[in-house]
Design a protein. Structure first.
Length: 566
């Protein structure tokens, strides 16, 4: 079903000729670690490369590149240890790219809107158009990308207005929870009936009252039993709903970090949520077993989320819209500790500061803020993400697709807090792009480094099952591809990706294939590289089709998406 073509060229399936004749591409296998260093809540400036120590999997690594970034600008010239160290990266290396995610599943509408009001005030007062890029997404029954990366303040305000006009899932559930109050009121009424029966015994004969009491008491107890059973069902359903909410939220954040894969710059996820509890409160032995399984699943999901963010080199900054409360500041935490946490200089236990969300932020190089001083939280976020040290080292192993741990220390005496990604996976560009293609937001977050044209052809006649066959085309100017000489002519090697998502952001189908484009030497700049494939879609159902191409020599990437319904 697949077809590739270049006007005036011969396009073949991948062969060994490319691998045998192409000059080996030099891999710049540098690991970048952005480190935010604070002392008593303020950026710690003036540190040098010699003040830092980096370990990978417990083994010290020589720092080959060092940059001090103040107010999102390079402050010091790079210092290379060897003559082979990579040249100074462009400014794009330090440009901040912020994806704001509003968690509608856990935040109440009031607290969410207060946080958004403060965020818009921050944007008006402190954000200069063009300084860095923002995008906006919202988590409901799935993740909706409301605004691709932009530095246009007007578009940013429009996207946040869309969020404010939506009802939060948390608010809708609180309305539904009024049913619980009805249950409790009915239970109280039944108990009052029982009490009135007892009082009535003072005014009628013992024999008469005994008969009445038996009837009334029986009815009351039966009513109470029914209400208790109903209430237990409602409470159990509520706990399972909470568990589902946490799972959806974690999965949505994970997918958002995947969309950042292969994107240059200082990648940041700014999550507005509440410090939700993510553990079951079991009330019987059966629920205890389910709670244990749920806790284990969530722990695994949290670990995968941290690793996904670290592989994409995306830091999670989390603003708790609910503020300090019993979920994220226990009674065991002293006032000094609580104040230190509020003002950003506390690294206490998970039980006393935000639980799992605190550690997700900490392990990905971000930070968690409370909603008690939300204006300060946004200012601190801006300072923490714009003042940092960028370190790089060259590991002594090839690209191995394995996860490696990172530890960074400051050797200089002083009280310092460090935030950085605590691990990474050594993966090639094509693997990073494959990860990005599993997120429906990838086309809007990824930056194309070569032009790509995408088109969808007319569907075939519907089949008896209600499906249609739709052709999809991707075209790249041949002049944008990197051709290399082989025995006869020149050849370029291209990865082609396509993913189809349904309206809930779930993957319907995805694949990757490799193509070789051949030409006579001197004619490689003519024509277009065209890849096509056909997908089967259900009639009347909305889909999003995302296509991407990757030049294996230059690592240039083109990516496009289109929403379709037939």
């Amino acid at each position: 079903m697949r077809r590739s073509a270049i006007s005036g060229f011969v396009v073949l399936l991948a062969t060994s000729a490319f691998a045998q004749n192409i000059t080996e591409k030099i891999e710049v296998n540098l690991v970048n670690v952005d480190v935010t260093v604070t002392s008593r809540g303020n950026p710690a400036r003036g540190l040098t490369r010699d003040d830092f120590e980096v370990l990978e999997d417990g083994v010290p690594q020589p720092i080959t590149n060092f940059y001090a970034i103040e107010n999102a600008r390079e402050k010091t010239a790079p210092a290379a240890v060897t003559e082979t160290a990579a040249p100074a990266p462009p400014d794009e290396r330090f440009r901040r790219k912020v994806l704001v995610i509003i968690d509608n599943r856990h935040t109440t509408r009031h607290n969410r809107d207060v946080a958004l009001e403060k965020l818009e005030k921050f944007i008006d007062e402190r954000f200069t158009s063009g300084a860095y890029d923002w995008s906006v997404a919202m988590i409901s029954e799935r993740t909706y990308l409301l605004l691709p990366l932009t530095s246009d303040k007007a578009r940013l305000h429009e996207a946040l207005t869309l969020v404010r006009n939506s009802m939060s899932d948390s608010s809708m559930r609180r309305i539904a929870e009024l049913d619980d109050h009805v249950v409790h009121d009915m239970r109280a009424a039944a108990q009052m009936t029982d009490e009135r029966t007892s009082l009535g015994a003072q005014y009628v004969s013992d024999e008469t009252m005994t008969g009445i009491a038996r009837v009334e008491s029986g009815k009351a107890k039966e009513t109470v039993a029914r209400m208790d059973a109903t209430n237990n069902i409602l409470q159990t359903a509520k706990r399972f709903q909470q568990a589902a909410d946490v799972t959806i939220t974690y999965s949505a954040i994970r997918d958002a970090t995947r969309s950042f894969a292969n994107t240059p710059g200082r990648k940041i996820v700014l999550l507005l949520t509440s410090a939700f509890a993510d553990e079951e409160n079991a009330i019987n032995s059966r629920e205890q077993a389910l709670a244990a399984q749920h806790t284990q699943r969530l722990a695994s999901l949290r670990e995968r989320l941290i690793r996904e963010a670290n592989v994409s080199n995306a830091s999670l900054y989390i603003v708790d819209t609910e503020g300090l409360n019993t979920l994220n500041a226990t009674a065991s935490a002293g006032q000094d500790e609580a104040n230190a946490y509020v003002f950003g200089d506390f690294a206490g236990s998970a039980a006393s500061v935000g639980g799992p969300l605190y550690w997700i932020a900490q392990e990905t190089g971000g930070r968690m803020f409370t909603g008690n001083f939300i204006e300060r939280s946004f200012r601190d976020f801006d300072a923490a993400s714009s003042d940092f040290y960028s370190l790089a080292y060259r590991p002594n192993h090839p690209i191995d697709n394995k996860y490696h741990t990172i530890i960074v220390r400051v050797k200089k005496p002083g009280r310092y807090m460090l935030a950085y990604r605590t691990g990474y996976s050594a993966v090639a560009v094509e693997q990073q792009l494959s990860r990005a293609m599993t997120s429906a937001m990838a086309a809007e977050i990824q930056q194309s480094t070569m032009p790509l044209t995408m088109s969808v052809g007319a569907p075939s006649t519907p089949d008896p099952q209600g499906g249609v066959i739709v052709p999809v085309f991707a075209s790249v100017p041949s002049s944008q591809l990197q051709f290399v000489p082989v025995r006869k002519g020149v050849v370029a090697r291209i990865d082609f990706y396509m993913t189809v998502f349904d309206e809930r952001g779930r993957i319907v189908t995805t694949f990757r294939t490799v193509r070789e484009a051949r030409a006579n030497n001197g004619t490689e700049a003519e024509g277009n590289f065209v890849e096509s494939d056909k997908v089967r879609l259900r009639k009347g159902v909305p889909y999003r089709i995302v296509v991407a191409v990757h030049d294996q020599v230059s690592d240039a990437v083109g990516i496009k998406s289109q929403d379709v319904r037939f």
